[in-house]
Design a protein around this ligand. Structure first.
Ligand SMILES: C[S@@+](CC[C@H](N)C(=O)[O-])C[C@H]1O[C@@H](n2cnc3c(N)ncnc32)[C@H](O)[C@@H]1O
Length: 273
């Protein structure tokens, strides 16, 4: 892991093994806000009067910027009725990026002092507790660690592994099917990818899939949900037509001999009816 400076002057963490930079488009302070926290309507959902906590799966803890921002937003709420507790579960097989992020550049990587203290407790004890927020680390290989979750527990998912090129396992039907089991009704899934094969994998796993917000040089990203995500434009029949003309319509874990069947299953998804 190393710190790099992006073209816009923001600092970010680069993984030397894959060569990929975390939040490379606009940096770790702006991208988590637009693509994850705002797109998930986290503030609004936390303002609800529900007794049960809002459960956020932070898939790919990495340098912790997405989770730290959710943590800071949750902790910035004042006490009182209608403040729902946030429960963050972060998944990763390594804490190397997080260890780097909690050093002297923590603020540039999006950490408030409280989020940095919680991040340190997370690495030391595997969990951190604060006034409105619990944060737990699930250390191990995905998607196995997702399969270990009880079913129907998650409300929001930040899906932020490395790209499908560097990390194909986490963008296929098997990984999204494991995720789907953990998600309850109304859960929304947010990810930076706009790839056709990723959207196909989400549809095949049973999610509804729509267009996510623009970020950096990307015109769209992807939002998925158990049921149609509120306010999102769902992929429509024109997308289906383009899918059938695409040179890479399906994820790697669909056997080419099953491709026609998979395309037929996507076309029969309720969101296209
Ligand atoms: C793009 S980074 C995450 C960035 C992070 N969300 C942030 O806000 O800084 C992707 C992370 O996914 C983790 N990862 C990739 N493949 C994994 C796997 N199979 N199991 C667990 N973690 C994995 C990597 O170790 C890396 O830390």
């Amino acid at each position: 892991m190393e710190l790099v400076t992006l073209a816009n002057g923001e600092r970010a963490v680069r993984d030397r093994l894959t060569g990929e930079v975390m939040h490379s488009a606009v940096g770790p302070r702006e991208e988590p806000m637009q693509l994850y926290v705002k797109a998930a309507r986290l503030e609004e959902r936390l303002a609800s009067a529900a007794d049960s906590p809002l459960v956020l799966l932070d898939v790919g803890l990495g340098a912790g910027s997405n989770a730290a921002l959710a943590f800071a937003l949750s902790e910035s709420r004042t006490n009182g009725a209608g403040t729902r507790r946030l429960q963050i579960v972060s998944f990763d097989r390594s804490t190397a990026a997080m260890e780097l992020a909690l050093g002297e550049h923590a603020q540039a990587l999006g950490f408030t002092d409280a989020a940095r203290a919680a991040g340190r407790a997370l690495l030391e004890h595997g969990h951190a507790e604060a006034a409105h927020t619990s944060w737990r680390l699930s250390l191990g290989d995905l998607p196995g660690t997702l399969r270990a979750l009880p079913h129907d527990v998650a409300d929001v998912v930040f899906w932020d592994p490395f790209s499908p090129r560097a990390n194909p396992t986490l963008w296929g039907v098997a990984a999204f099917s494991a995720l789907r089991l953990a998600c309850r009704d109304g859960c929304t899934v947010h990810t930076y990818s706009q790839a056709t094969r990723v959207r196909s994998a989400l549809l095949l796993a049973g999610f509804h899939v729509g267009l996510g917000v623009a970020t950096g040089h990307k015109e769209t990203t992807t939002i998925a949900g158990v049921g149609a995500p509120r306010g999102a434009a769902l992929l429509d029949r024109r997308w289906l037509e383009r899918l059938n003309r695409s040179s890479a319509p399906l994820p790697d874990d669909v056997d080419p001999k099953d491709a026609l069947d998979a395309l037929a299953r996507i076309a029969a998804h309720p969101q296209f009816m």
